[in-house]
Design a protein around this ligand. Structure first.
Ligand code: SAM
Length: 265
């Protein structure tokens, strides 16, 4: 990214007002107040220099993924979700799962290996969807076209009407800086706007089945408070499943694995 001219979005529009915070029931008020404020533009630029989109091979717990150029080579943040799927913190047995922004395609492989009933793997980027499908079949066998769907889609736009999921997982490109590189912008630097659309579409299209939840990973290198504030306004109930810290030079980053359910309306 071009960090000579870092531009940070207007974070404050999404933050909850003092009155909105005071009106939150516990434990939601305490959870919201526990979220760290966003790092400075300079710090965010510094910790994002390692984002890789040049392609290569990525290995997760012995499973090799061929990553074409333009597709995110998964990193430590990706692995926060991979590990939760792998170790069963996030259960997929018997579940209908949507993997939003599937990238290199690790999450669909883990979901099928742990018994998902149905999988929609979606990404706005054609090469990400194609490589996800190739890795899925390489590691788990031929897809069942009635149960395993690989869709090029801007968020949920290509999801068939009426589809519902028990689990929606998304490692989002919610970093608030700008990149002039279209691949970096897509995999990392799309700002909070993508999460606003994400939660709005889930709520307005009623994409969660009863008891279903959203799993996402966000840190203080994005507008964590504002994004969670927006989700709260839309009726989601967030819970922090894991907090993760990192060794230097990433030691200012506080990563949160979040689970969000939607109150019945
Ligand atoms: C941070 S990457 C995560 C990739 C992979 N899940 C991982 O964790 O390594 C974000 C992914 O979201 C995809 N993406 C960006 N904007 C999108 C949109 N509007 N709709 C669907 N996918 C999108 C990107 O192409 C990218 O693959």
């Amino acid at each position: 990214m071009d960090d000579r001219t870092p531009r940070i979005e207007d974070v404050y529009g999404l933050l909850l007002s003092p009155d909105e915070i005071a009106a939150l029931p516990e434990p939601l008020g305490s959870l919201y107040l526990s979220l760290p404020p966003m790092l400075s533009a300079e710090e965010i630029a510094r910790v994002n220099r390692g984002t890789k989109v040049q392609g290569g091979e990525y290995v997760y717990r012995g499973l090799a993924f061929a990553v074409p150029p333009g597709v995110l080579v998964p990193g430590g943040t990706s692995e926060v979700i991979f590990d939760a799927l792998h170790d069963g913190l996030v259960e997929t047995q018997g579940a209908s799962v949507i993997v939003m922004g599937c990238g290199a395609g690790v999450e669909p492989v883990l979901a099928r290996r742990r018994g998902a009933r149905e999988i929609h793997a979606m990404d706005i980027h054609e090469a990400s969807v194609a490589s996800s499908l190739a890795s899925f079949e390489r590691h788990t066998g031929p897809r069942d076209p009635d149960r395993h769907h690989f869709l090029v889609s801007d968020l949920f736009s290509a999801l068939p009407r009426g589809a519902r999921a028990d689990l929606i997982v998304f490692n989002p490109p919610a970093n608030p800086l700008r990149s002039d590189d279209p691949d970096l912008a897509r995999v990392n630097f799309s700002g909070s706007a993508i999460m606003v659309r994400f939660f709005d579409e889930i709520a307005s299209r009623e994409l969660l089945a009863p008891g279903g939840r959203v799993i996402t990973v966000l840190s203080n290198a994005s507008n964590l408070q504002g994004i969670v504030g927006h989700a709260l306004r839309r009726g989601f109930r967030p819970e922090i499943l894991r907090r993760k810290t990192w060794p230097a030079p990433y030691d200012k980053i506080l990563t949160h694995l979040l689970s969000l359910t939607l109150d019945a309306r």
